[in-house]
Design a protein around this ligand. Structure first.
Ligand SMILES: NC(=O)c1ccc[n+]([C@@H]2O[C@H](COP(=O)([O-])OP(=O)(O)OC[C@H]3O[C@@H](n4cnc5c(N)ncnc54)[C@H](O)[C@@H]3O)[C@@H](O)[C@H]2O)c1
Length: 342
């Protein structure tokens, strides 16, 4: 630590990395010391905007620099494993974006190496830091809706996938990139592990990908059972165009709870044409702006207080196991049982 501040290096200055870099400049007790990106212009832009003194084109140059305390990994998912392993071996604390990695064996190694090197390892499930989702969890824990029976969670993203995302073997598809959050919410709200999943999927909105990437799906429905007998349902979609939509509903033995909203503001307009309109949330950046900041605050606090991160590598790994089972179920057209024992 320098000047009693945790020195942070953000690796990957794209959509998620920029959010973290901005957040770190707002977290007391943290300092954005450096940015890494193989794209020189992206790196320079963030450094200039936020005053980071150092920039690197490659993560190895950064993690081998001994004056950083922590890294935030926000590169494409396929690089998470090698970057986290290198950072842990260099003694850096790590906040890694979701999905944690490409497969469970990569996750296992990441958990082992971070433990062996005694560094904090947090995974970027920012819904755990969202005020609404936290309130929902409290209501469930207080038993206000009785015993939980079913947790439903949906994420619909507006944008058309990038080309690499069409290749399910290289991206793990929307179940990984979009629905990792829903999978984590189901584990968090049920306080249990998935035992069986059945998923169906198809490509309804991306005709340009059909010929070259026949396995690509832009819509997925996944039904699940849990060790404690609860039920789960996940609804995932990309390229929906109407807005960014992230909501969950919990049915209990004595009530129902719902969290999340599609409306951007509380303003509702009624016109003489007989219409009612309300602005729609268009981006996860807006919907979860406070949650990203709270997530980064929690990461810095866990380093400063030497406490355990709220959401850790084990949580990240369990989600990757469900993604793998869900994609297998889609391929094979049948339910898949999970071995969730660590
Ligand atoms: N928590 C969330 O809600 C959330 C939201 C968006 C993205 N993500 C996750 O964050 C990660 C990044 O996604 P994104 O949308 O920001 O992607 P992006 O494409 O916008 O940004 C990735 C950045 O990484 C850089 N990069 C690529 N290879 C690199 C390398 N070898 N070394 C250094 N930099 C490299 C790219 O130049 C780019 O600037 C993904 O794992 C994604 O799933 C999470």
């Amino acid at each position: 630590m320098k000047n009693d501040e945790v020195q942070v290096c953000v690796i990957g200055a794209g959509r998620a990395g920029v959010i973290h870099a901005r957040a770190i400049t707002q977290v007391p007790g943290a300092h954005l010391a450096a940015v890494v990106d193989s794209d020189h212009d992206a790196c320079k832009k963030v450094c200039q905007e936020l005053g980071a003194a150092e920039s690197y084109p490659h993560y190895l140059g950064a993690v081998e620099n001994s004056h950083f305390d922590a890294v935030i990994v926000a590169t494409p998912t396929r690089l998470h494993h090698e970057i986290v392993v290198a950072a842990a071996k260099a003694g850096k604390h790590i906040l890694c974006e979701k999905p944690m990695a490409m497969n469970p064996s990569q996750c296992e190694e990441m958990v082992r190496v971070t433990r062996e090197n005694r560094v904090k390892f947090q995974i970027g499930f920012m819904r755990r830091f969202d005020g609404g989702f936290q309130r929902a969890k409290e209501i469930i824990q207080r038993g206000q809706i009785g015993e939980v029976v079913l947790v439903k969670s949906l994420t619909h993203g507006p944008s058309t996938p990038k080309r690499w995302q069409y290749d399910i073997s290289g991206s793990n598809g929307p179940l990984a990139e979009v629905n990792s959050h829903d999978i984590d919410t189901l584990r968090w709200f049920t306080e249990s592990e998935f035992t069986k999943v059945y998923a169906i999927a198809g490509n309804y909105r991306c005709p340009e990908a059909r010929e070259e990437f026949p396995d690509f799906y832009d819509n997925v429905s996944l039904v699940a059972s849990f060790e404690n007998g609860m039920q789960g349902f996940i609804d995932g979609a990309v390229s929906v165009k109407y807005g960014y939509d992230a909501r969950a509903e919990v049915l209990g033995t004595e009530g129902l709870l719902s969290v999340g909203q599609l409306a951007q503001q509380s303003v509702v307009t009624c016109t003489r044409h007989g219409e009612i309109t309300q602005p729609v949330v268009t981006s996860w950046r807006d919907l979860f702006a406070d949650a990203y900041l709270a997530e980064d605050r929690a990461f810095i606090a866990s380093i400063r207080d030497n406490s355990d991160p709220v959401v850790n590598g084990h949580d990240g790994m369990m989600v990757v196991k469900v993604v793998e089972a869900g994609n297998r179920s889609i391929r094979e057209g049948k339910p898949v049982c999970l071995n969730t024992q660590p």
